[in-house]
Ligand binder design. Structure first.
Ligand code: HEC
Length: 271
């Protein structure tokens, strides 16, 4: 009750017209830095910023943002949202024109903010630092130099193990030592048919033939394993398997794989 009385006091009545006069400023005036800039950072700078200037437009600093883009038109025409490409394009219902490109449309509230900002005069007032170019000079720190691949080679004595008969190479000693330290023992040895199967799959991506399996099982000469590895490394299928990985890295596909899904008859299409 007391509050109601206060509101009705003559002083408040007198203040009302003043408040109304101030209203457009209090309610309007979009704050560029707080309201517009974050939209540009999140939705536009990846294509209109320091790295890329699609459509010849850069929206990360005032000087560039007010220059015409490739269309020859201005993105931002102060006090004229209808002729500002920036507003026209974020509003567009035609997906091929609409900005941000290849992304969800801005929300109606964001579009309205941009429109109001332009119609209020597009004041680009910024206290924060302009976006820095992504290209900074590369600095190699001491920590970087500690990366294992950059350290000089040195002789390392393999660790001691209990089961000295198991390991075949010095590398096995490291693995076995770690297993033993955890009270674990290596898995039992696989059969010879499993061995030829795993190796053949591993190196060629294909299973061994029954004859190859039988021959390997029978071969009790000391270097059957080494010979098998040499044979597989010499097989054209080894090259095919490695080549396929390279094609993955080069993003080869048998077809274009998108809207126009045409076949690509040869790998040379991507070279
Ligand atoms: C994924 C990339 C991408 C993003 C993100 C993006 N644009 Fe674009 N923009 C383009 C490309 C590409 C063009 C060139 C015209 C075309 O291909 O439609 C363009 C052109 C424009 C143009 C016309 C420039 C001219 O004069 O030709 C304006 C204005 C524009 N964008 C505003 C924006 C705004 C505002 C945002 C953020 C809300 C935005 N764009 C986000 C890619 C993008």
């Amino acid at each position: 009750m007391k509050n109601v009385f206060v509101l009705r006091s003559p002083i408040v009545h007198l203040a009302w017209p003043l408040l109304l006069l101030r209203a457009p400023v209090l309610l309007g005036a979009v704050d560029f830095e707080k309201e517009v800039w974050p939209i540009l950072v999140e939705h536009c700078h990846s294509c209109h910023g320091p790295e890329k200037q699609n459509g010849g437009l850069r929206l990360d600093n005032k000087a560039d943002a007010f220059k015409p883009g490739d269309s020859g038109d201005l993105a931002i025409v102060p006090r004229s949202s209808d002729t500002s490409l920036l507003v026209t394009l974020v509003r567009s219902h035609d997906e091929s024109d609409r900005m941000p490109k290849r992304a969800d449309a801005l929300s109606p509230a964001q579009v309205e903010l941009l429109r109001r900002w332009v119609d209020e005069g597009a004041v680009w007032k910024q206290d924060s630092q302009p976006v820095k170019s992504g290209k900074t000079e590369m600095v190699v720190t001491d920590k970087d130099r500690q990366y294992w691949a950059f350290r000089p080679l040195q002789t390392i004595v393999p660790p001691k193990v209990q089961n000295e008969t198991g390991p075949k190479t010095p590398i096995d000693l490291f693995i076995l030592a770690a297993l033993e330290s955890k009270g674990l023992a290596p898995s039992p040895r696989i059969s010879r048919s499993q061995e030829v199967r795993r190796l053949t799959y591993n190196l060629t991506g294909l299973p061994p033939t029954p004859e190859e399996t039988a021959a390997y099982e029978k071969d009790t000469s000391g270097n059957a394993y080494e010979e098998l590895v040499s044979r597989l490394l010499g097989s054209p299928h080894y090259g095919e398997k490695r080549g396929r990985m390279w094609l993955d890295v080069a993003r080869y596909a048998d077809s274009d794989g998108f809207e126009a899904d045409y076949d690509r008859p040869s790998a040379t299409a991507i070279l």
